[in-house]
Design a protein around this ligand. Structure first.
Ligand code: S3P
Length: 439
C-alpha cells in the first residue's frame, strides 16, 4: 500500500467451501513473462496474466523503459519485445510497491543496461534485505547504491559485468533469478549453486525462449551474450493463491472444491505434500504441461488433519504457503512443528512472528521460534488480528474463520490486491462469509 485507503475484512464463523473455479495467474510466472518478453526479439502473447499490483508494477517498469505493452485485458497481455539491448532509460524513478520479486530480479537485469535506474517501494519493501542481491552483483562488477542494504536501490548502468560462480547462502529463487538475468549480460559463464531446490520458473522460461541454460543438480549455469525469442505464454493459476482455498476446504467439514488449471511445478508443491501428510484429501486431475510448466486441477475434500513435523526438504517448496499451513496446523489434532524456515522472517512481514501473534490472539497455543513455529492444534476463537500489510497473512486468517468459534476481524488487508485482486469475490462465491470494508 502506498498511501491508498486501507481495508479490513470481517469474516463470519463457520461454513464450508464448495465449487469449481480458477484462481488468478501465477505471480512469479507473470513477472517473468513481462521481463523476458520485453528482452525478447518479437511479440510475446501472454494469457492468464495476474492483474495484481505486484505483476502490474513490473509491467509499468518495462513500459517506463520504452517497451510497448498492450493490456492487460482479461489476463491477456501483448509484449512487443525490444531485444536484449533495446531498453531505454526511464524518465522517473521506478516504483515497485510491495514487490520483492520486481526489485530483486530487476536489479540483476538492470546491471546489464547502459543507463541508471532508481527503484523504490512501499513501507514493507523498504525494510526488506537487498544485500543478498547487491553483494553478488557487486562481485560481477555492478555498481549499486542502497539505503544501508535496503531499498531504494540505484543501479548504475554502463559497467562491464563478469561471470561469477556463486554459492547461494540461502534458498532463494529471487536471488538465483537475479544472478541468472545479470549473467545474460556478463562475459563468460555465470553459475549459481543453491542449497536446496527453489522455484525454477526463470530457468524454464529462459529455455522456452531459446536461451540455453545448463542445470546440473543444484548448479545452474548461463552464458552471457545470448538472445531470447518471443513465444506465447499461458500463465497457470497460482498454487500460492490456490493454497488459501485448499486449506479452507481441508479444515471445514462438508467442503469439496476443485481449483482448475493450477501450476504444479515440482518446486512449488510443498503445500500439497505437507497437507497430504497431515491427512488432507487432495487429488489431481487433468494433468498437462503448458508453456513448459505442469498444471492440474486440484480437488480438496474435507478430512480431519493431524499435526506433523514438517519435513525440512519441503520448506523451500512451500515457502509462501506457511501462513495458510499454520492455520491448517491450528485446526489439526496434535502438534505441528516447523523448523528451517528462517526466511519467513524476511517476507512481506515477519511471517513467523505475525502469524504467532494472530494465532495467539485467537486462542491457539503457537510458539514462534527463530526458524519456525510450534503449534498445538486447538479451537480457534473469535477475535481481531493484524494483517500487517501482508497479503498472505490476511487471506490465511480469513480462512481460519471457517473453523472459528466467532467472527474474525482482520485489519490492514489492502495488500491482498498485490497477488489476489478478486479474493473477496471468489471466497464469497465458494462459501466464505467475508465482507471487506475500506477504512
Ligand atoms: C519468488 C521467490 C520467493 C517467494 C516470492 C516469489 C519468485 O522469494 O517467496 O513470493 O518469484 O522468485 P525468495 O526468493 O525470497 O524465497
Amino acid at each position: 500500500m502506498s498511501g491508498q485507503q486501507d481495508r479490513k475484512f470481517i469474516v463470519q464463523a463457520g461454513g464450508q467451501l464448495t465449487g469449481s473455479f480458477r484462481v488468478p495467474g501465477d505471480k512469479s510466472i507473470s513477472h517473468r513473462s513481462i521481463m523476458l518478453g520485453s528482452l525478447a526479439e518479437g511479440v510475446t502473447e501472454i494469457s492468464g496474466f495476474l492483474e495484481g499490483e505486484d505483476a502490474l508494477a513490473t509491467l509499468a517498469a518495462f513500459r517506463a523503459m520504452g517497451v510497448k505493452i498492450d493490456g492487460p485485458t482479461d489476463g491477456k497481455v501483448t509484449v512487443h519485445g525490444v531485444g536484449m539491448h533495446g531498453l531505454k532509460a526511464p524518465e522517473n524513478d521506478v516504483y515497485v510497491g510491495n514487490s520483492g520479486t520486481s526489485i530483486r530480479l530487476l536489479s540483476g537485469l538492470l546491471t546489464g543496461q547502459t543507463f541508471d535506474v532508481t527503484m523504490s517501494g512501499d513501507k514493507s519493501l523498504s525494510v526488506r534485505p537487498m544485500r543478498r542481491v547487491t553483494d553478488p552483483l557487486a562481485l560481477m562488477g555492478a555498481n549499486i547504491d542502497s539505503a544501508d542494504g535496503k531499498p531504494p536501490l540505484t543501479i548504475h548502468g554502463g559497467h562491464t559485468l563478469k561471470a561469477i560462480e556463486y554459492d547461494l547462502p540461502m534458498a532463494s529463487a529471487q536471488v538465483k533469478s537475479c544472478l541468472l538475468l545479470a549473467g545474460m549480460y556478463a562475459e563468460g559463464t555465470t553459475s549459481v549453486t543453491e542449497p536446496a531446490p527453489t522455484r525454477d520458473h526463470t530457468e524454464r522460461m529462459l529455455q522456452g525462449m531459446g536461451y540455453p541454460i545448463d542445470v546440473q543438480g543444484n548448479r545452474i549455469s548461463i552464458q552471457g551474450g545470448g538472445k531470447l525469442t518471443a513465444t506465447n505464454i499461458d500463465v497457470p493459476g497460482d498454487i500460492s493463491s490456490a493454497t488459501f482455498f485448499m486449506v479452507g476446504a481441508a479444515i471445514a467439514p462438508g467442503s469439496d472444491i476443485t481449483l482448475q488449471h493450477v501450476g504444479i511445478n515440482p518446486t512449488r508443491i510443498g503445500v500439497i505434500n505437507i497437507l497430504k501428510q497431515m491427512g488432507a484429501d487432495i487429488s489431481l486431475s487433468n494433468e498437462a504441461v503448458t508453456g513448459g510448466e505442469p498444471v492440474a486441477d486440484i480437488r480438496v475434500r474435507y478430512a480431519p488433519l493431524t499435526g506433523i513435523d514438517i519435513p525440512q526438504d519441503q520448506v523451500p517448496l512451500a515457502i509462501d504457503e506457511f501462513p495458510a499451513i499454520f492455520i491448517a496446523a491450528a485446526c489439526a489434532e496434535g502438534r505441528t512443528v516447523l523448523t528451517g524456515a528462517e526466511e519467513l522472517r524476511v517476507k512481506e512481514s515477519d511471517r513467523i512472528q505475525v502469524m504467532a501473534d494472530g494465532l495467539q490472539a485467537l486462542g491457539i497455543d503457537a510458539k514462534p521460534t527463530s526458524d519456525g513455529m510450534i503449534i498445538e492444534g486447538g479451537i480457534i476463537g473469535s477475535g481481531e488480528v493484524d494483517g500487517h500489510g501482508d497479503h498472505r497473512i490476511a487471506m490465511s486468517f480469513a480462512m481460519a474463520a471457517l473453523q472459528a468459534g466467532g467472527a474474525i476481524q482482520i485489519n490492514d488487508c489492502a495488500n491482498v490486491a498485490t497477488s489476489f485482486p478478486n479474493f473477496v469475490e471468489l471466497a464469497t462465491h465458494c462459501g466464505l462469509q467475508i465482507d471487506a470494508f475500506d477504512v
